[in-house]
Design a protein around this ligand. Structure first.
Ligand code: SF4
Length: 404
């Protein structure tokens, strides 16, 4: 498949791995900001292909994982109201808040439905005008345009039984919050390519300058990730701190202006709570005053959330990169994908789920697999990657260049 197979080329990946080893003279700690990248790193063993001392931490890049428990509890409370149909994405239904999950609420009789898009929820509202349809809107810059489109269409068509419980978040303020933290270990970031497809990367430029941290826009396939890591370490070794785009086949500096204009029309930037990170200024989206009629938090303002229950989940520390999933005492024992205690074990982009799926089910199993050699990990990637042998032109388009 064009633009996929060439970025899974094991021979090319090996050349990038060797180039990284050649230029690395000291330990570096990088963080990828996307759960999709985390899963790709785990799946292809990319972290094991890096020189000793180069550490990849997994940041708050899973949209389901960063949704605060109080938003989930609010959705559960609204779902319990008579006549309400509560819609959201599949992963979101399984994520525990402090009072359970939306799936558990459905088991108790609430009308909770999985949808693939906010527009699906709008269709349900059109087809059931005697019910209140609430879409629980979560996600980063990538999903906000579709939510904005659903609200704009509802307003245009006068659909009044549709509303949104909004928990959309914005990535750049979260990166700044991580950099401000006194225990921040991150020296360079791999920015999520799909987020930058929408937002571009201009917003990252003052962050890179102010905090003197390289930020490299990176894709999701093994060669993409190795290109991003190489570019980031190259900057660190040279003492540079710039924004660099290694996902140029998808991302432009200005982003998608049409999508951004729609988001600006429907939403207003506001403070937002993140799971494990607390409230971050200007890191979320709420409905703009012109669309306040579609705000479920206003429409259902009188619905009280049930009291929170204590949880042993440490997903907040995982999301900040200060705890590895297998260092959580519940990992693989009391917390599994079948019986998750926290969001990061539920989502297809969650770091705990990635470790569980690709690195075994217990810390003991992980310890046993913890000292790989470059050769063995390259072999692992070869097994997972396409057998394509030639270095493709598309891959060589990346700004970082193909190492000799
Ligand atoms: S392993 Fe489970 S309990 Fe531990 S941090 Fe991850 S999701 Fe939470």
């Amino acid at each position: 498949m064009k633009y996929v197979d060439e970025f899974r080329d094991s021979a090319l990946a090996r050349r990038y791995t060797e180039a990284i080893a050649r230029i690395t003279t000291r330990p570096w700690t990088l963080m990828e900001i996307c759960g999709g990248q985390t899963h790709s790193i785990m799946r292809h063993g990319i972290d094991r292909m890096l020189p000793d001392g180069v550490t990849l931490l997994h940041g708050p890049g899973c949209p389901v994982c960063v949704t605060p428990t109080e938003s989930i509890d609010r959705a559960i409370a609204i779902a319990g109201e008579p006549g309400v149909i509560l819609c959201s994405f599949g992963d979101m239904l399984r994520v525990p808040g402090d009072t359970g999950s939306l799936l558990a609420a459905r088991a108790r009789g609430a009308d909770v439905r999985m949808v693939y898009s906010p527009l699906d929820a709008l269709t349900i509202a059109r087809e059931t005008p005697d019910r209140q349809v609430v879409f629980f809107a979560i996600g980063f810059e990538t999903t906000a345009p579709a939510t904005a489109m659903a609200v704009a269409q509802a307003a245009r068509d006068g659909i009044r039984n549709f509303s949104l419980l909004v928990a959309h978040v914005l990535v750049p303020p979260a990166i700044e919050a991580l950099l401000r933290a006194p225990d921040n270990p991150v020296q360079g970031f791999l920015a999520a390519g799909h987020v930058c497809t929408i937002m571009g990367f201009r917003q990252y430029e003052p962050i890179a300058r102010s905090y003197q941290v390289p930020i490299v826009v990176t894709g999701f396939e093994p060669v993409d990730l190795l290109q991003g890591i190489l570019a980031c370490i190259r900057q660190l070794e040279a003492g540079r701190a710039e924004v660099e785009n290694t996902y140029s086949r998808m991302v432009r500096r200005e982003g998608n202006q049409t999508a951004l204009a729609l988001v600006s029309k429907v939403f207003a930037v506001r403070a937002q709570r993140w799971r494990g990170m607390g409230e971050i200024a200007e890191s979320g989206l709420g409905l703009a005053p012109d669309y306040a009629d579609y705000d479920a938090s206003i429409r259902f303002a009188n619905v009280a959330s049930p009291p929170a229950l204590p949880s042993e989940c440490r997903a907040g520390e995982v999301l900040r990169g200060v705890l590895r999933p297998f260092d959580c005492p519940a990992f693989g024992t009391r917390c599994t994908p079948e019986r998750p205690l926290g969001a990061t074990m539920v989502s297809s982009e969650g770091a705990c789920a990635a470790y569980y799926r690709y690195r075994g089910r217990s810390a003991a199993a992980l310890d046993g697999a913890a000292s790989p050699t470059t050769a063995s990990t390259a072999t692992a990637l070869e097994a997972a990657a396409s057998p394509t042998a030639a270095a493709p032109a598309a891959a060589s388009d990346a700004a970082v260049g193909v190492p000799a």
